[in-house]
Ligand binder design. Structure first.
Ligand code: HEM
Length: 208
């Protein structure tokens, strides 16, 4: 769970860094997207870098889901008879919603691919004009609202995921244990907030 989570986390951070280039304007953003397709092109052909990244991502997503199923089953086996009344003591909202959060993020990514990669649900998709595609989609406020809601779910998932992964990696003991929750919260708020700035900027007319 932790190792595949770290791979997906690195993608989320890398994708965010790339997406923030949208604030540099259409030319810079489209050049960045085109750059991703042409990394290493003179040696091995256009798009190979993207395909390697896609294969790593797909394997990481499948392994992450598989690990989630194994963890869930282990949890159920440890408590085969459910509690009559369950009071949450040592847990958080983020921790209790990890499974549903994961499902919602997966549904979001499917919609997102149909929107910006395949253009099927985008109001006016122009292949290669990535800036235009993002603005055209997020200008529709229900779509922007759904993106913002998905980023909040992502933030909650990242919060518990980071907190949990630090434990798996043994960073839950003093002195690092003390700042574990704060660090996880800070990272989650920073990432979700930075993603949310994009639909907000489109709705506010800053990106047009
Ligand atoms: C406001 C938030 C986001 C924006 C504006 C955005 C924008 C984009 C754009 C424009 C593309 C297509 C790039 C291209 O064709 O060159 C893309 C692809 C993609 N995005 Fe996002 N994204 C956002 C959030 C996310 C999040 C949170 C995730 C994951 C949890 C994600 C996962 C992906 C994936 C998997 C692809 C496909 C990459 C590929 O195979 O080419 N995105 N995104």
């Amino acid at each position: 769970m932790a190792v595949t989570g770290v791979i997906l986390f690195l993608f989320v951070v890398g994708h965010l860094a790339g997406n923030l280039k949208i604030f540099e304007g259409p030319a810079a953003f489209n050049a960045y997207a085109e750059g991703l397709r042409t990394v290493g092109a003179p040696f091995v052909g256009r798009g190979w870098f993207l395909w390697i990244a896609r294969v790593v991502l797909i394997v990481a997503v499948l392994a992450h889901i598989w690990a989630a199923i194994l963890t869930t089953r282990a949890g159920w086996r440890a408590r085969p008879v459910s509690y009559r009344r369950l009071e949450a003591v040592e847990t958080t909202y983020a921790a209790r919603t990890m499974r549903w959060g994961g499902v919602l993020i997966a549904l979001y990514v499917i919609y997102h691919l149909l929107d910006f990669t395949f253009g099927r649900v985008n109001p006016s998709f122009i292949p290669g004009d990535v800036y235009h595609n993002v603005v055209a989609s997020l200008r529709v406020w229900p779509v922007a609202a759904a993106y913002i809601a998905a980023m909040v779910v992502l933030g909650l998932h990242l919060y518990h995921g980071t907190w949990s992964a630090l434990q798996t990696l043994g960073l839950n003991r003093p002195p690092t244990g003390r700042w574990r929750r704060g660090a996880a919260a800070g990272i989650a708020v920073l990432i979700a907030g930075a993603y949310i700035s994009i639909p907000v900027a489109v709705l506010a007319g800053i990106l047009r």
